[in-house]
Design a protein. Structure first.
Length: 263
C-alpha cells in the first residue's frame, strides 16, 4: 500500500463558525496507481491533497505513506498546483533544477537531472527560455518536470490543467498518460472535469458535497492511451455526471442555507 487514509476528518475555524471540510475519509492507493478525485467546489478535494502532502494535519484519523504516519511535508510527495508557480527570474532549466541543491547534488548533476526531465516533457530545446516566453501549457509541463526532477514517489496534482484551453488540455492528457507509463509514479489528481477524470484515472473517487466523503468509486478499465473524444467514455461519463450533479446541487443548497443563517 503506497497511501492510506483511515477515517480522516478535517474542520476549519473562521468568524462564520466551524466548517467541516472532510468527514471519515478512508482511501487506499496502490503503488503506481492513477487515482482521480472528483467532486463539487468546496467538497474538500484540495484539503485532502494538502493532508497527504503534510501541509495540513487532520483533526481525526490517520494519513499513512508506506505504512508510516505523514507528519509533515516530504520529498517523497510533491504537490502541483493549478498555477505553475515558476520563478520568472530563472530560465526553464534553472526552474526545474530549483530545489536540487538541497538534495546535495552538484551543479552538473542538477543540470543533468533537469535536462532528463525536460526531455521527458518535450521541452529540452526550451531550457534557456524564460517563463514569459512560454505558453500556459508549456509552463505546466515545466512545473511537471520540476516536480519529477525531485523524483518523488507520489505526485499530487491539484487541477493542474483547469486554466488551459481545451486543445492544450487534451494534449497534456496524452503527455501525462505517457509520462505516468514511463515513470510508474503514484498519482492523485484533483479535477472538476468528469471526462478528464475518466481519461486519466485507473479509479475515480467521487466526493460528496461538504463535508466531503467518498460517495462512490468508479473503476475505469478502458484501454490506454485514452482520449477525451473516445466513444467508450460516453456511457461512463453519463453515469458519473448523474451522481456529480446530485452533489453539485447539494453544495449549492448548502451555500444558500449558510447565507440565510449568516444574514
Amino acid at each position: 500500500m503506497k497511501l492510506e487514509l483511515r477515517s480522516v476528518s478535517k474542520t476549519f475555524q473562521s468568524r462564520r463558525g466551524d466548517t467541516r471540510a472532510l468527514q471519515d475519509i478512508t482511501i487506499q492507493v496502490w503503488p503506481g496507481e492513477f487515482v482521480c478525485l472528483l467532486g463539487p467546489s468546496g467538497c474538500g478535494k484540495s484539503t485532502l491533497l494538502n493532508l497527504i502532502a503534510g501541509l495540513e494535519k487532520p483533526d481525526g484519523g490517520e494519513v499513512l505513506m508506506d505504512g508510516q504516519p505523514v507528519t509533515g511535508p516530504g520529498r517523497d510527495r510533491v504537490l502541483i498546483f493549478q498555477e505553475a508557480a515558476l520563478f520568472p527570474w530563472l530560465n526553464v532549466q534553472d526552474n526545474v533544477a530549483f530545489g536540487l541543491t538541497a538534495a546535495g547534488m552538484s551543479k552538473s548533476q542538477q543540470i543533468d537531472r533537469a535536462m532528463q526531465y525536460l526531455r521527458l516533457v518535450r521541452l529540452g530545446s526550451f531550457r534557456k527560455a524564460f517563463t514569459h516566453e512560454l505558453s500556459g501549457g508549456m509552463k505546466q509541463r515545466v512545473a511537471l518536470a520540476r516536480a519529477l526532477a525531485l523524483e518523488p514517489q507520489v505526485l499530487l496534482m491539484d487541477e493542474p490543467f483547469a486554466a488551459l484551453d481545451a486543445q492544450t488540455r487534451d494534449s497534456l492528457h496524452d503527455e501525462l498518460q505517457d509520462i505516468w507509463a514511463q515513470t510508474g509514479k503514484t498519482i492523485l489528481f484533483v479535477t472538476h472535469n468528469v471526462r478528464e477524470a475518466l481519461v486519466l484515472g485507473d479509479r475515480v473517487l467521487l466526493m460528496s458535497a461538504r463535508p466531503g466523503r467518498i460517495k462512490r468509486e468508479f473503476k475505469c478499465e478502458l484501454a490506454r492511451p485514452r482520449h477525451i473524444e473516445d466513444h467508450a467514455l460516453v456511457d461512463a461519463t453519463r453515469q458519473v455526471l448523474a451522481d456529480l450533479r446530485e452533489e453539485v446541487l447539494a453544495a449549492q443548497q448548502e451555500e444558500v442555507e449558510r447565507e440565510r443563517s449568516a444574514s
